[in-house]
Design a protein. Structure first.
Length: 500
């Protein structure tokens, strides 16, 4: 008996015949299958996410190098165009041409550090209700601080907090990141609660309305608190972007059809009511008079007239939009050449921030303008591809939300330059001057890269499933199975039997 046991442990059957070593179907090597099994076993120690039962943490993969390359191209392209656009303004104001490009480069460093850090951090580790609640409260406090002496007024608008004597930042830029992150955490918690039987005791209409409240009403109300505080800062473009990002969260959250039907019905009813009120107040000029009297919202009337009623807008109000169209039209197909823009010489206000796309089209022509569009479309496509491959509602919402974030803001900025959208201050990511906003843009890129590395199922997961099926089939066919290092590994048939 001892001799038989030794022969079996040494890889020989009790009858003296050697047991065949399994081999890979693809390579034909007898050791390849064993190596794959060992690699799969090495990754079986992955544990479950606490907030998403049943979702295994996949082994780390390589990041999406395509997304990283597009991000680097956008950063470099943006720095070149910012230098070309701002050199004249920098010379006239500071006496040297590197002022804006140097500040932009320095403020890009924290963003690049955040991007690099997230490549090595599994962002799903932050999916904790306590962390998400603290983030929501922190963002709310920051928005409220704008109305204290800590708030800074620039160009008649109070939207900034002072970091240093020369650096200000807008808390609304952080809100754009937080709305996606908090939304992902909310729906991840809600999915786990429903698995544990939350609302299961309700029936019929009560259950549908309760689900609607948790699916739409609560997250919408929480975000509306932020948007009210931002609207009080007269930053309506940020309100629009935040609500559109919330819509992206809704679309990727896997909300039930019943909740969607209720939401769309209420939305259509509310839209009809607001349209009737708008027409009545517009007819009696009450809305216009109220907006003009409100010092924080009177600029909305000017922008409405610029977009819809050009004849009623003054020449000073429509000057910026007309100059932007002139710059875009003068570029032609190939542009005037890099650095050869004429409108940037104090003819187009804010040409290095909100209207930098017009200068890009003037210097690089239609080819340069379309190239910028294609880069952001490629970024969106790569981000959505990551979202489709991720596992778990938290990772899926994060990936889709941040895939939408940069292209959404970029296309709105281009639309303002082309006068197909209301003239409002929306920066072009990585191109417009404003280093603090680029920190948050790069942070969103880093989170996407983290998801592409950690939240996509490893090929070893497929090996585990296949191996379990093969092991079960081996047991049914009477083949020997042995355990090694706590993991069952299938022995192949003897040399007299053919491998398939």
């Amino acid at each position: 008996m001892r001799q038989a046991a030794k022969q079996t442990a040494a890889g020989r059957r009790p009858d003296g015949a050697a047991t065949a070593v399994p081999h890979s179907r693809q390579t034909g090597s007898r050791n390849a299958g064993s190596r794959r099994q060992k690699r799969a076993a090495a990754h079986r120690g992955s544990h479950l996410l606490p907030s998403e039962p049943g979702i295994e943490l996949a082994p780390p993969q390589s990041i999406s190098y395509g997304l990283l390359m597009v991000t680097v191209i956008l950063i470099c392209f943006g720095l070149v165009m910012l230098f070309s656009t701002s050199i004249g303004k920098s010379m006239s104001e500071q006496g040297y041409g590197w002022y804006y490009i140097l500040r932009q480069s320095v403020l890009l460093l924290p963003g690049l550090a955040a991007l690099g850090a997230f490549i090595f951090i599994d962002v799903r580790r932050f999916n904790r209700p306590g962390i998400l609640l603290l983030l929501y409260l922190f963002c709310t406090v920051l928005l409220a601080l704008i109305f204290t002496p800590l708030g800074v007024e620039v160009n008649g608008q109070r939207r900034w907090l002072k970091i240093t004597s020369s650096i200000n930042w807008q808390p609304s830029e952080l809100i754009k990141l937080a709305v996606v992150f908090c939304g992902a955490g909310w729906y991840s918690w809600l999915q786990g609660a429903r698995r544990r039987g939350f609302l299961r005791q309700l029936k019929g209409a009560k259950k549908r309305w309760a689900n609607f409240a948790f699916d739409f009403v609560i997250p919408f109300s929480a975000v509306t608190v932020w948007c009210v505080l931002i609207a009080m800062q007269s930053h309506m473009s940020a309100v629009l972007i935040i609500y559109l990002l919330l819509l992206a969260v809704f679309l990727s959250a896997g909300i039930s059809r019943d909740s969607w039907r209720i939401a769309l019905g209420l939305l259509l009813g509310l839209a009809g009511l607001l349209l009737i009120l708008f027409l009545l107040m517009h007819e009696q000029q009450q809305l216009k008079a109220w907006l003009i009297k409100n010092p924080r919202l009177d600029h909305l009337v000017q922008r409405f007239n610029i977009f819809f009623n050009t004849g009623e807008a003054s020449e000073a109000d429509s000057y910026q939009s007309q100059q932007a169209l002139t710059a875009i039209g003068s570029g032609g197909w190939t542009g005037l050449g890099l650095g050869q823009s004429r409108l940037k010489n104090n003819y187009l206000p804010e040409m290095h921030t909100d209207y930098i796309y017009a200068i890009i089209c003037e210097e690089l022509g239609l080819i340069g303008g379309v190239t910028v569009v294609l880069l952001f479309l490629l970024y969106f496509g790569l981000g959505v591809g990551i979202a489709f491959k991720t596992h778990g509602v938290f990772a899926r919402i994060l990936a889709f939300g941040y895939a939408v974030f940069l292209p959404l803001q970029a296309f709105l900025s281009m639309a303002v330059n082309l006068k197909v959208f209301f003239p409002t201050g929306i920066s072009l990511p990585f191109f417009s001057y404003g280093g603090t906003s680029n920190i948050f843009f790069l942070t969103s890129c880093g989170i996407l890269l983290s998801l592409s590395k950690f939240a996509i199922r490893s090929p070893f997961a497929t090996i585990r499933k296949d191996e379990k099926r093969e092991t079960a089939a081996s047991d049914r066919s009477g083949l020997s199975v042995r355990a090694e290092n706590g993991d069952s590994q299938r022995r192949s048939r003897g040399p007299e039997e053919r491998h398939e």
